[in-house]
Design a protein around this ligand. Structure first.
Ligand code: NAD
Ligand code: UFG
Length: 344
């Protein structure tokens, strides 16, 4: 019996692959490589010494998905496949709803047909929109403010309805906060297309000299130093959260939602300082206008995941910075880089 990981070639999915293989699971990966590279799977094979069954397919193709379920004995699905750029989702909402929502409906139909009723779903803290206060608990009413966030919220609701229709379904919804960092080997990490949108890949590209300067979006928020505060979580800790969630889906039925965050917020300036301290590399920055749609502070109350999943984030901000920098330094052009070295 194997675990199917959709979007397994992506940033988070590739780290989940490593975590599951180390835990002894057989895995199958499907990914259309729309935002990733086949090389990430090869690197996972290099790290783990295990060959991965990989299908380059789109989850929108019911026929292709059915072939995967026919050819393999699948026990549960970790569903990470999705588009994730907030700005793109505003420009192309139908594309986002089609890919994320319709893709999940098709996947769920195929799972139902093959009697696979266990799923762990990649949701996002973005479903909370602008929180009234922090830390954010799972009981807060979701109020997403862009199509990407709404696609995640719609999927959560659809999966809840699926369970209502048949209580054999066991579904865990994981709302990630801000994943950063990379595998300790420096072999897999975040490989954004073009100029990144998120803070940590921008910091590492400034550190590497690929970008000139970091723009800090606003310093007048009601936070410790006026810059935006976020709950950064090491991607390896996030991957471990999926392992715990998977174990939970095996031992229960129902739908549960968990925040995956550290519970600690860092401002933009604090993250810059932490990176400089961890790596010895200076990050030039300038304060600019706030980015439209940004919230002042967003961090999790992770107590439910601690109690319900027996999970907590282990890595601190120093490890997150060190590991993000090792990945960037070893792979200046991401997965297109010539050679990679295993450092541990
Ligand atoms: P990613 O883009 O690196 O990975 C997503 C993968 O899904 C990619 O490899 C992409 O090629 C694949 N994919 C997309 N649409 C597909 C389709 N129709 N069929 C098959 N494959 C498809 O992104 P990530 O950061 O690894 O995110 C994984 C999941 O976690 C996404 O669902 C994302 O929305 C969610 N998430 C990410 C963050 C974050 O900050 N990275 C935060 C919260 C939630
Ligand atoms: N920031 C800058 N300069 C930059 C980029 C970001 O100052 O060049 C600031 C932002 O204003 C914010 C903080 O850095 O205060 C973090 O910004 P990110 O873009 O890295 O992350 P966000 O919290 O805005 O959003 C991310 C993902 C969303 C996801 C959310 C919660 O992009 O898709 O985390 O998981 F929903």
């Amino acid at each position: 019996m194997a675990i199917l990981i959709t979007g397994g070639a992506g940033y988070i999915g590739s780290h989940i692959c490593v975590e599951l293989i180390y835990a002894g699971y057989d895995i199958i990966v499907v990914d259309n490589l729309s935002n990733s590279n086949r090389e990430s799977i090869k690197r996972v094979e290099l790290i783990t010494g295990k060959e991965i069954v990989f299908y380059q397919i789109d989850i929108l193709s019911q026929n292709d998905l059915e072939t995967v379920f026919l050819e393999n004995s699948i026990e549960a699905v970790i569903h990470c496949a999705g588009l994730k750029a907030v700005g793109d989702s505003v420009k192309a909402p139908l594309h986002y709803y089609q890919n994320n929502v319709t893709g999940t409906i098709i996947l769920s139909k195929v799972m139902k047909k093959f009697n696979v009723k266990k799923m762990v779903f990649s949701s996002s803290a973005t479903v909370y929109g602008i929180p009234e206060f922090v830390p954010i608990r799972e009981s807060f009413l979701p109020r997403p403010i862009n199509p990407y966030g709404r696609s995640k919220w719609m999927i959560e609701e659809i999966l809840k309805d699926l369970h209502l229709s048949n209580n054999e379904w066991s579904i865990t919804l994981l709302r990630y906060f801000n994943p950063i960092g990379a595998h300790k080997s420096g072999l897999i990490g975040e490989d954004p297309n073009g100029i990144p949108n998120n803070l940590m890949p921008i910091i590492t590209q400034v550190a590497a000299g690929k970008l000139n300067i970091l723009q800090v979006y606003g310093n007048c928020y009601p936070t410790v130093d006026g810059t935006g505060v976020r709950d950064y979580i090491h991607v390896a800790d996030l991957a471990n959260g999926h392992l715990k969630a998977l174990e939970k889906t095996f031992n229960s039925s129902g739908v549960e939602v968990y925040n995956l965050g550290t519970g600690e917020g860092y401002s933009v300036l604090e993250l810059i300082s932490a990176f400089e301290l961890a790596t010895g590399v200076r990050i030039p920055y300038k304060i600019t206008q706030p980015r439209p749609g940004d919230v002042a502070a967003c961090y999790a109350d992770p107590a439910k995941a601690r109690q319900g999943l027996g999970w907590r984030a282990e890595n601190g901000i120093r490890e997150m910075c060190e590991d993000a920098w090792r990945w960037q330094s070893n792979n200046p052009d991401g997965y297109l880089s010539e050679e990679a070295e295993i450092r541990c």
